[in-house]
Write a protein that binds this ligand. Structure first.
Ligand SMILES: [Zn+2]
Length: 410
């Protein structure tokens, strides 16, 4: 959900374009003093006084003022830092500019310290946070050494490295070939055991370990995986094996380069699995699954939903209508692009209760937020499913993008 929220916010921001160089982006990293940032903004306000065009000057200064006002609401910069976007955005052609200000507390700490005035909002530093999260163990193994690393987001820690002690394939002169081979095999076995032991110690300690990537040049990694050297809990979590050109840290870096793709695939596998669980219930008519907004909403309200599955391409909002003359209020679901015409239409319609033409749209909330809110109340799991898999497409097209696996039959 966190990822979904950020994606929605960034999609909205990406569409905003200024009339000129008038849009302010401000990134404040954690630990920075609010007063210090306010000082910077005061200076930028002064610099903006030199802008020749009256409109641009006034728009930039207005954006800086709005940014300052929002910033002042924080006594302290939040743990993950703070991002503010502000500027005059044309609403409907030239001359229709109106200030829009957005405050975002990033889901992960930011390290960037930035003030920028441009014709667009600089969202690229937040976009990085949209990548799939999770911690991955990397085990690089070949016949000469083993390297253990932990990858968390963009952070890579090489935890341990040791040599195998396995002699090369060439034996010294005078040695018996069979005896040499036996000795070598014993050394490999001993090495693999050592690798397995360290993998358990290192990776099983890692919190929220999502998967283990086993890599290395040549077939040693496959031999290692074939045997029972890895703890069964780790073996279950091996998500990929990768051929690398190098061993050691160099090899780890090769893995990291390929990691985003692997991590994406891991999420696809998860999504596919969730959908297959749902499809199983539907296909076997167990009555432990339901779909469509109405049915799912009803199941959510009584706390019957175990897992709520929502397509990330749902473009539907839940609109709350209310009458300004009486206490009448109702909710309606519609496509987001229909809201505007709907708003116009109801303004001339009589209230069903007091008959006065006083209906207004009070709130229009993304259906994902709306349903996820209900899910939270009953501790149901919420999964936003992409359309990158066939099953995800099916959720969107065959089930209206809204489905649920139930805790019990209704
Ligand atoms: Zn009314």
């Amino acid at each position: 959900m966190e990822r979904f929220r950020l994606k929605k916010a960034l999609d909205t921001l990406a569409r905003k374009e200024g009339r000129g160089t008038e849009l302010v982006s401000l990134y404040v990293p954690p630990g920075k003093q609010v007063s210090e940032v306010l000082n910077t903004l005061r200076q930028e306000y002064g610099t903006a006084a030199n802008i020749k065009s009256d409109t641009t000057r006034s728009n930039v200064q207005d954006a800086i003022t709005k940014t300052k006002q929002r910033l002042k609401l924080f006594k302290k910069v939040p743990e993950n830092g703070l991002v503010i976007f502000s500027g005059s955005i044309p609403q409907n052609g030239p001359g229709s500019e109106r200030n829009e200000t957005y405050v975002l507390v990033p889901p992960e700490p930011i390290s960037i310290n930035l003030y920028r005035c441009d014709s667009r909002f600089h969202i690229e530093y937040l976009q990085e946070m949209l990548r799939e999260k999770g911690v991955y163990g990397i085990l690089l193994v070949d016949s000469s050494d083993a390297t253990f690393a932990v990858l968390q987001g963009r952070r890579l820690d090489v935890v341990k490295e040791f040599t195998s002690g396995v002699p090369g394939k060439m034996r010294a002169g005078g040695q018996s070939a069979r005896r040499f081979e036996r000795q070598r095999e014993a050394k490999i076995l001993e090495f693999f055991n050592r690798v397995g032991k360290h993998a358990t110690e290192i990776f099983l300690e890692v919190e929220n370990l999502k998967g283990v990537i086993v890599a290395g040049p040549g077939p040693t990694k496959d031999d290692f995986l074939k045997g029972d050297f890895l703890h069964y809990q780790l073996k279950d979590r091996v998500v990929s094996t990768i051929d690398t050109a190098y061993t050691g840290e160099q090899g780890v870096k090769e893995v990291v380069e390929k990691a985003p793709d692997i991590i994406r695939q891991v999420r696809f596998v998860e999504e596919r699995k969730l959908m297959q669980d749902f499809l199983y219930e539907v296909g076997h008519d167990t009555r432990l699954a339901t779909y469509g907004e109405e049915h799912v909403r009803r199941a959510l309200k009584i706390g019957a939903v175990k897992t709520l599955l929502l397509s990330d391409e749902l473009d539907i909002v839940r609109v709350t209508l209310k009458c300004e003359m009486c206490e009448h209020s109702e909710k309606k679901t519609m496509r987001s692009r229909e809201v505007e015409t709907f708003q116009q239409r109801i303004s001339s319609e009589p209230c069903p209760k007091c008959k006065s033409p006083s209906l207004v749209v009070e709130k229009a909330e993304d259906i994902v937020e709306d349903l996820a809110g209900l899910a939270e109340q009953s501790d149901a799991e919420v999964e936003v499913i992409s359309t990158n898999t066939e099953e995800g497409q099916m959720l969107k097209n065959a089930f209206g993008g809204i489905a649920a696996i139930l805790r019990y039959r209704l």
